[in-house]
Design a protein around this ligand. Structure first.
Ligand code: B12
Ligand code: SF4
Ligand code: SF4
Length: 405
């Protein structure tokens, strides 16, 4: 390789680091052939059900960078760690010093704290600011400086989880990391706790090589998944993944899956928490992804009581707004039911009068799961007033189950 090419790669890499990314690597703009075929098979097997936008046409574009930018020559693949590890992480140290097991037991059995608050769990990626906003700003800054860096006008198209681009396929081929059996990209330095972003460009860059690493004999994440969503190595059944159920699904969480969701109210980290590669992940000092409020393990009952304006104010800058108030409160009901603490019964009884039938339905289910006379009385009272047929059916089924047990 010519020296000037080496310098160019180094300058672009440095620009990526200066723009606030942790890993910067390059791949060609060639199609991701294996990934395209795998994604099409996933759709045909019904494993991407629930996503009307995830069409075969989208898969073709997502795996062909040249279809996304005319004249595309390369993909600059970037990763940014969100592993801020708060609140159980040791005090901040210089970035290069933070190594070792920094996850603590934040996602162990939290449930209730010294104030008696019942707490649920939110996936780590959503503890801080919305990564779409944070990363998009950095990508724009990065792309805007490319012409100056290489000394000519440059065509670019940027992506961060928000368009038809297969982020993981690009990251794997660029050598950012390798595909874990849980389908996440595992990086050597930051584990899988990274967001992925891509810049497709007409700059011709010598590609980096993919890493030679694999999961080897490990398969810990597969049996650890509570819903059995990892149906085979490298294959997720979207409909069963708690991340889909708690964030993307707009309707009722299937009854048989509700007990398996546990106390997760937004996303799920189990298949990453058990991953040995993540035990050695470097922590991040990125202020944008530090925990806001009590987002890692929020008190559940106050969340159930938020009205729309309070919800918007609290989650305005957070990825959690994606679930919408009704979706989040649906999830809170399920978590309260699974935790099973009778302290939640009055709040759930109040939720039987919620303005959303979806929340009323899941509150009824949760009361049945907690059980007891107070829960049963609340359900009988609600049955007299309820007009929505689905909620009525849920209350009846719940009362039948309570009587049978
Ligand atoms: C749809 C989607 C979801 C869906 C579906 C998940 C899924 N497995 O695809 C749901 C809502 C469930 C989801 C959940 C999560 N997501 Co998501 N999601 C996406 C999105 C928008 C598209 C992914 C996609 O195209 N999937 C299609 C399927 C077919 O691809 P795949 O599952 O990755 O499978 C590949 C492998 O099987 C590979 N393959 C096939 N055969 C073989 C064989 C071998 C040997 C190998 C090695 C590989 C391999 O080919 C397939 C296609 O590339 C991307 C952003 C983007 N635009 O790319 C983010 C993205 C994948 N999600 C992300 C994150 C952070 C998450 C969560 C961790 C969030 C959370 N904590 O709740 C979870 C992780 C769940 C999991 N175990 O995957 C990150 C992943 C970062 C990383 N380190 O990998 C992404 C890249 C967003 C971003 N830009 O940062 N997500
Ligand atoms: S995110 Fe949770 S539910 Fe989804 S595959 Fe991983 S462990 Fe299973
Ligand atoms: S838990 Fe094991 S099999 Fe699963 S992604 Fe991590 S290393 Fe791979």
């Amino acid at each position: 390789m010519k020296k000037s090419e080496n310098d160019l790669r180094q300058s672009i890499r440095q620009l990526g680091i200066d723009s606030g990314f942790d890993i910067v690597r390059f791949t060609t703009a060639d199609a991701f052939t294996r990934d395209e075929a795998a994604a099409l098979k996933r759709i045909r097997d019904g494993h991407m059900d629930g996503y009307s936008w995830y069409t075969e046409e989208r898969v073709h574009r997502a795996n062909r960078p040249q279809a996304l930018l005319e004249g595309a020559q390369s993909v600059i693949s970037l990763a940014l760690s969100y592993n801020t590890g708060e609140p159980h992480q040791p005090a901040a140290q210089p970035r290069s010093d933070i190594r070792g097991d920094i996850h603590g037991d934040i996602h162990g059995d939290i449930h209730s704290d010294i104030h008696g608050d019942i707490r649920g769990k939110i996936a780590r990626y959503a503890w801080g600011d919305d990564y779409h906003d944070v990363i998009k700003k950095r990508l724009r800054e990065f792309a805007s400086k490319l012409p100056e860096t290489i000394g000519r006008p440059v065509k670019t198209r940027i992506f961060v989880d928000d368009g038809p681009m297969n982020d993981r396929a690009a990251a794997a081929r660029a050598g950012i990391g390798w595909f874990g059996k849980n389908t996440n990209i595992l990086t050597q330095s930051h584990g899988s706790w990274v967001f992925l972003a891509q810049v497709i460009t007409d700059i011709l860059l010598e590609p980096d090589t993919p890493l030679k690493k694999t999961c080897g004999q490990c398969s810990l994440c597969i049996p650890a998944c509570p819903t059995g969503a990892i149906v085979a190595p490298y294959v997720i059944d979207n409909k069963r993944c708690i991340s889909y159920l708690t964030i993307e699904l707009r309707g009722a969480i299937p009854r048989e899956l509700r007990p398996l969701v546990g106390d997760w109210i937004f996303g799920c980290d189990i298949c990453q928490d058990v991953c040995p590669v993540n035990r050695k992940a470097i922590g991040s000092l990125e202020p944008a992804f530090r925990q806001r409020h009590d987002f890692a393990a929020p008190a559940l009952i106050p969340l159930l009581e938020l009205d729309q304006s309070a919800f918007s104010a609290r989650f305005r800058r957070s990825p959690i707004k994606r679930a919408k108030r009704i979706g989040l409160q649906r999830n809170v009901c399920v978590a309260l039911g699974n935790i099973g603490d009778p302290i939640a019964v009055p709040a759930l009884a109040k939720a039987l009068l919620h303005d959303s039938s979806l929340v009323r339905q899941h509150a009824a289910w949760a009361l049945g799961r907690i059980g007891g006379g107070e829960a049963s009385d609340a359900l009988h009272n609600a049955l007299e007033e309820e007009a929505d047929p689905e909620v009525i059916a849920e209350i009846r089924l719940t009362l039948d189950e309570m009587e049978a047990s």
